[in-house]
Design a protein around this ligand. Structure first.
Ligand code: MOS
Length: 745
């Protein structure tokens, strides 16, 4: 029996998803279900003066109109912590509908409940809310003069400033510099399935929340904290999630509001956000700019790197996406300074978005490196090779695994980089300008701070079920965990069923920051190998077993049959043994303790990105013709799902570079394009064939299987490779995203 890990097993949930058998949160049918609709504030700053509910109250099918005047106050205080901390993780430390104050457009001001969703929407449209509006500030330009340096960011988990050496002295030694600022539009994650919660209070006051979430346990703990009840009273179920990309990493207020509404009306309640509400209700990648100063000596070695990020955040939280981690360790410069500055505006607290932070941070750094390479006349790959940090420059410690040089080597071969003409704007095919660009990719390896658990149970028919609370939002984790458990137990994948997506299952941290698969695979591996060891132990201790008295270390399991390694004819199946022993099932709990914050190694994932673009010389239209990405994500559990994740990330980098922008209407303080018609994303005809490869690196530090994750790394650097290719094609350096036709006219 060959190992299941590393094969291209099809998605075990694929048939259910494509046939419509999979039930998403907003599709669940429950007896007595009623429908809640959120009403968001029309203004971005001010006070509610009056709410006229009369017409809404008279609407057909109406059950309740809840506002700050009649909704019970929440007893808990939200405290912002990222969900990977494993604790309660509200998206912001402000909870709406507690008073008449409005801090941002779309902030919930009322909940309308009716018997059907259409009637709830109609009644909500009849609600008249009057505001006393005060001036709002919603763009970076409006608030930049009030920017400050926060002591800590990321819910207090990271400092607001990082430094080593002396940047001024390093710049003094430089023979060439670049000093550039890159600007980034705000972005929204836009998963296909909008957030939804279906909430049921039962007779014994236990709350069941069906929720579209990246972290069922985070949802349970957050709602418990906000409602002031015990987590034992809350069960969260999240079986299928239709994408998330960070928008469902934190537990936003609508979930708890749905629970409050359900308690209030005494019926099961469904609350679905519509597409427009998704732009106002679950964070976004904040509008930001990044200022980089790079100094280089005559040998092309970086003498200094200064990286300052300025972004707009909410009035409540010092949140900025952490953009400085990967750029701070990619290159071995001894002199480095990274500083976050933020300014408060009238927005919801920003949040994670795929490749959180590092996607913009590496974009800025890798474009600046391209500018530097051009300035000093060195090939962009050669400049990087001279500067890659071969040990973690923050600690001097070795990397647990790296592989970036091999990624560049392989990528350059696949792409054919060697033939590149260094001069920009020189390759023409008719009216089309052709350009090639390259960028490094990097993402921190995030270890959850707390133990991760999974449970494996083998039944006497020889089939196994393995459970952990991880959420499946399209990554393929259910499939990969089936493979991990099959190998751990010595079973074929058909005899293993993996169940995730619930807070009653063994606790796994919310799947964020590419940490999900590493964490859950570690726990599943431990649970399944411990269960195998226990079963083998039962066999060698059983006088009636052919394996009686054998050394357990001399027994292996193949296809559900335990046998002596050197005499495969001697043995018996799990099923034979358990039936004889009158044992219906055997179970093991795997508990994985992640590496400590300082494990003696630098933990990071690396890759290399290449792109070819064709730019219409007259019209400025950019087509991406080719993309090559080579990554070193450690052990690949499922080649197909990992490839898809990496490709999806790379294409999102294309989208980030050329299309996506959440446009703020500063006059209204609202997003101006909150729909999939107006928020541009690529379609199939916009994207080229994408070559994705992984190179093998063995990592014995990060977790038992050496999994470093593939969720984020694909997007990091792919936008920079495209932007650098646009420069190479046209000679124009566009220092803001997205790069559009207008920039190239
Ligand atoms: Mo992921 S964007 O860290 O939820």
């Amino acid at each position: 029996m060959s190992p299941a890990i590393g094969t291209t097993l099809d998605r075990v949930d694929g048939r259910a998803k494509v046939s419509g058998a999979a039930r998403y949160t907003a599709e669940l049918v429950l007896p007595g279900l009623v429908h809640a609709v959120l009403v968001g504030a029309r203004v971005a700053s001010g006070r509610i003066v009056s709410i006229d509910t009369g017409a809404a109250q008279r609407a057909d099918g109406l059950i309740a109109v809840l506002t700050h005047l009649n909704l019970p106050k929440i007893p808990g205080t939200p405290k912002l912590l990222p969900s990977l901390a494993g604790m309660a993780a509200p998206g912001q430390s402000y909870f709406p509908m507690q008073d008449d104050v409005v801090h941002y457009a779309g902030q919930p001001v009322a909940i309308v409940v009716a018997d059907t969703v259409e009637r709830a929407e109609h009644a909500a449209s009849l609600l008249r809310v009057d505001y006393e509006e005060t001036p709002s500030k919603t763009t970076l330009d409006q608030v930049r003069d009030q920017a400050y340096e926060p002591e800590r960011i990321f819910g207090g988990m990271l400092p607001g400033r990082f430094a080593r050496g002396d940047v001024e002295a390093g710049l003094g030694q430089a023979t060439a510099q670049v000093d550039v600022t890159y600007r980034f539009s705000a972005n929204h994650q836009n998963p296909i399935e909008p957030s939804a919660s279906t909430v049921v209070w039962d007779d014994v006051h236990r709350l069941t929340i069906y929720d579209s979430t990246q972290g069922p346990t985070a949802t349970q703990l957050t709602v418990a904290a906000l409602l002031g009840i015990s987590p034992t009273q809350i069960k969260v179920v999240s079986e299928f999630v239709g994408g998330s990309f960070g928008s469902k990493a934190m537990i936003w207020p609508h979930v708890t509001l749905a629970a409050l509404a359900a308690r209030q009306v005494g019926r099961p309640v469904r609350l679905s956000l519509n597409r427009e509400q998704m732009f106002h209700s679950c964070g976004h990648r904040e509008e930001q700019e990044q200022h980089l100063t790079l100094g280089v000596d005559a040998e092309g070695r970086l003498t200094a790197l200064r990286h300052h990020k300025l972004s707009i955040t909410s009035h409540f939280d010092d949140w900025a996406e952490t953009s400085l981690q990967s750029p701070g360790i990619l290159y071995a410069t001894p002199n480095y300074e990274g500083i976050y500055r933020i300014a408060k505006g009238n927005t919801i607290t920003p949040t994670f978005m795929r490749g959180p932070g590092e996607a913009t941070g590496i974009f800025a750094l890798e474009c600046a490196m391209d500018e530097l390479a051009e300035r000093i006349g060195v090939d962009p790959i050669e400049l990087r090779l001279r500067n890659f940090a071969d040990t973690d420059p923050t600690s001097g410690r070795p990397w647990s695994s790296n592989g970036i040089r091999e990624c560049f080597q392989r990528g350059a071969d696949l792409f054919g980089w060697a033939g590149r003409d260094p001069n920009p704007g020189t390759r023409r095919q008719g009216r089309t300008l052709i350009g090639w660009g390259v960028a490094a990719s990097a993402y921190p390896h995030v270890a959850p701070p707390n133990p991760q658990r999974a449970r494996a149970r083998l039944y006497s028919d020889g089939s196994a079920v393995v459970e952990a609370g991880v959420s499946e939002f399209g990554t393929g984790v259910t499939t990969a965990m089936t493979q991990v458990a099959a190998d751990g137990l010595g079973l074929p994948v058909e005899r293993v069923r993996f169940i995730g997506g619930g807070s009653d299952l063994p606790n796994i941290t919310a799947a964020v920051g590419s940490a999900g698969t590493g964490a859950v695979s570690a726990a599943v591996h431990l649970a399944s190998t411990q269960l195998r060891d226990e079963l083998v132990g039962r066999a060698v201790a059983d006088a009636q077993s052919p394996l009686h008295g054998a050394d357990p270390g001399a027994v292996s399991v193949e296809d559900g049959r335990m046998r002596l390694r050197d005499r495969p004819d001697v043995g018996e199946t799990y099923a034979e043994m358990l039936s004889r022993q009158f044992t219906p099932d055997v179970e093991a709990l795997g508990v994985w303790t992640p590496p400590p914050p300082d494990p003696g190694y630098g933990l990071h994932t690396f890759g290399a990105q290449f792109a070819e673009v064709a730019v219409d010389a007259d019209l400025g239209l950019i087509r991406v013709r080719r993309m090559v990405g080579v990554f070193a994500p450690g052990r690949v559990l499922n080649r197909k799902t990992a490839h898809s994740q990496l490709m999806g990330g790379m294409l999102w980098g294309l989208s980030h570079a050329l299309l996506e922008a959440s446009q703020m209407d500063a006059r209204l303080g609202r997003w101006a394009n909150p729909s999939l018609g107006d928020y541009l994303i690529p379609v199939n005809s916009d994207v080229p064939d994408v070559v994705v490869e992984t190179i093998e690196v063995t990592d014995t530090v990060v977790n038992p299987l050496g999994v470093k994750g593939v969720g984020e790394i694909g997007i990091v650097g792919s936008g920079a490779a495209i932007a650098n290719a646009v420069h190479h094609a046209t000679g124009r350096r566009v220092r803001h995203l997205p790069i559009t036709v207008e920039d190239l006219l």
